[in-house]
Design a protein around this ligand. Structure first.
Ligand code: NDP
Ligand code: VSD
Length: 327
């Protein structure tokens, strides 16, 4: 009897070891302890989430920061706010990242030169435009423009930064997607597509880069109180607004803080709050994993989460139908 129990225990242990071996995290990024003097490039760093990221990297972590955005006045204002003593550790450059690879390349070369030839250690692809509008009211050129900025702009910046990251065998690349990059939402046909595209990009690129010691973080914020969000709210359809409210509104500072944490860890995903966590678990698909807790949670709960999501979706569809009756 005792022998039977011992054998069963050994058997269970062996099975567990095999399972743990078979289903181990795919890679183990090194935690970035000390970010001092890191060169961080933030696209769209003159406003909202990007600006909070710049503030933290600059003032809390002692990084060298380069910001790329278009509007010169906004850049100048941001420079005065983040670095009143006009430190040369912050460089603000005016460039439209969606125009061409060459323009982005020139700007980044200039930034590297400015920061004593320090290549980019962390790239944050944050710049984007967004507005919510039903499909039939969105012009074809608007689809193209959003894709050019939100998706192609990220490609250009990433391509420019990658060659030196590969040479040095280190680097972190962040893509700011959105919860709207995890599920389709009324009014976001153009925006969701650009954010879903980033997910395909991030997954494929991580598979190419794991052997280079370069790690990607894909960020899924809910609504965040930023100048862009205020602008979006002026014309946002009621349906979109009500659906988004399910996940609440965060401050740009809250969002930025967690982006930095996840980037230091090298986590593939970064999400917010309980809804964000569940949504990321539900939509993990074939994403890479970096921790055992993700493996366990995802494998045990996805079925249940699907059922919960169907209930939530049902309420969204009801809401959309109901609004049709109001003239
Ligand atoms: N706020 C929210 O509710 C949420 C936002 N997100 C995502 O977070 C990111 C930041 O959003 P948020 O802080 O609200 O945005 P804001 O609109 O407040 O700021 C956007 C920034 O991007 C810059 N930018 C836009 N187009 C270009 C371009 N072509 N070239 C260079 N820079 C550009 C803007 O500067 P300029 O116009 O001068 O170029 C600005 O600095 C975006 O990717 C957004 O999709 C995700 C979830 C929720
Ligand atoms: C099983 C789990 C249940 C989860 C519930 C899911 C709720 C989804 C809400 C969608 C929110 C979309 C926010 C987009 C914000 C954004 O990107 C714009 N502000 C533009 O920037």
């Amino acid at each position: 009897m005792l022998l039977g129990i011992i054998l069963a225990c050994i058997g269970a242990l062996a099975l567990l070891t095999i399972l743990i071996y078979l289903y181990r995290p795919l890679y183990h990024p090194k935690y970035l302890e000390d970010l001092y003097d890191y060169h961080v490039l933030i696209t769209g760093g003159s406003s909202g989430i990007g600006k909070e990221l710049a503030r933290l990297f600059l003032n809390e972590y002692g990084c060298r920061v380069t910001i790329l955005a278009r509007n010169v006045e906004r850049l100048e204002e941001c420079r005065r706010e983040l670095s009143p003593n006009l430190s040369d550790r912050l460089l603000c450059l005016s460039v439209d990242i969606s125009q061409s690879y060459e323009q982005v390349q020139n700007a980044i070369e200039h930034a590297i030169h400015h920061h004593q030839d320090k290549p980019i250690d962390i790239l944050i692809n944050n710049a984007a435009i967004f507005y919510a509008r039903p499909f039939h009211q969105t012009k074809p050129e608007e689809f193209a423009e959003m894709m050019r900025i939100n998706y192609l702009g990220s490609i250009y910046c990433t391509q420019v930064c990658l060659s030196s990251m590969k040479r040095r065998g280190s680097g972190r690349i962040v893509f700011i997607s959105s919860q709207a990059g995890q599920l389709g939402v009324f009014g976001y046909t153009s925006y969701c597509s650009t954010k879903f595209a980033l997910k395909g990009l991030a997954e494929s690129l991580q598979m190419e880069l794991a052997r280079e010691n370069i790690y990607i973080t894909l960020v899924f914020p809910p609504d965040t109180d930023t100048p862009g969000f205020k602008e979006e709210n002026k014309t946002k359809p009621k349906e979109t607004q009500m659906i988004n409210e399910t996940s609440g509104v965060l401050t740009a500072g809250q969002v930025a803080k967690k982006i930095i944490q996840s980037t230091r860890k090298g986590s593939f995903t970064c999400s917010y709050g309980i809804n964000g966590f569940l949504l990321t678990c539900l939509t993990c698909g074939a994403q890479p994993v970096t921790t055992f807790s993700e493996i366990i949670f995802q494998s045990l709960f996805i079925g249940l989460l699907r059922l919960i999501m169907l209930r939530v979706l049902n309420s969204f569809y009801r809401l959309v139908r109901k609004h049709k009756q109001i003239p």
